[in-house]
Write a new protein. Sequence first.
Length: 258
Amino acid sequence: MKFIKGLLMLALTLVLTGNSFAKDMLITNDTGTQGKGHLLVEVNSEFGFNKEVVFDATTREASFGLETIFSYGVTENVDVILGIPYLWRRVEEDGAGTAKENGISDVTVELKWKFYEKDGLSFALKPGLSLPTGDKVKGLGTGKTAYNLFFITTKVIEPLTFDLNLAYTRNENKVDEEKDIWYASLAMELAVSEKMLLIGNAGIQTNMDKTSTSSPAFILGGINYTVTDALSVNLGVKGALNEAETDYVILAGIAWRF
């Protein structure tokens, strides 16, 4: 049960942090859109590691998430976004052996609308659906359609850029889990050159586990490097601010713009 719930939490995390042009997979969305007729293809990965000791029993977890995201500009300020995630997880428990599972998770479909931009300040809304394409029995999906809504703010004060995300996800997975999942994150990017950004980020979200008194909170540092006008790469490390969050996660991604 713990193993299945862990996979579902990983799937929900991918839903909450699914990005379109978010520097690129470093958690917090910005308001940027692709422009009419342009396509962004991202391949983003995260490797997570966690260790927990309860009553002298040690549990070690390793997880991997890989998501391919397609963002297409239908107008200058509106993108349609398709996310296809893959999940893998292994849990080792003292005296209880090892559990493994992997496969395609729930596909997401989103719309991103930048509705205001003036003097370096911009706002966007990003509603989305999570479709039940993952195997619920294996813990790779919820088995039900879920929805979420992001409110995104970006403020540019060169050479700094600030991104604020406030989000809500409706979790319809199980009766013993929280239904209303709230999420907030704040990022700061520093342009150290025309090609490189240094990124700092922190966030918190509601814990799906109703028995927990702690909400998962993280802090993150990373870089984004523009190789060419059409290609960029990023690398980051996310750490836990409390026990409810995965100990640490390595993030890496690549993006192509057409």
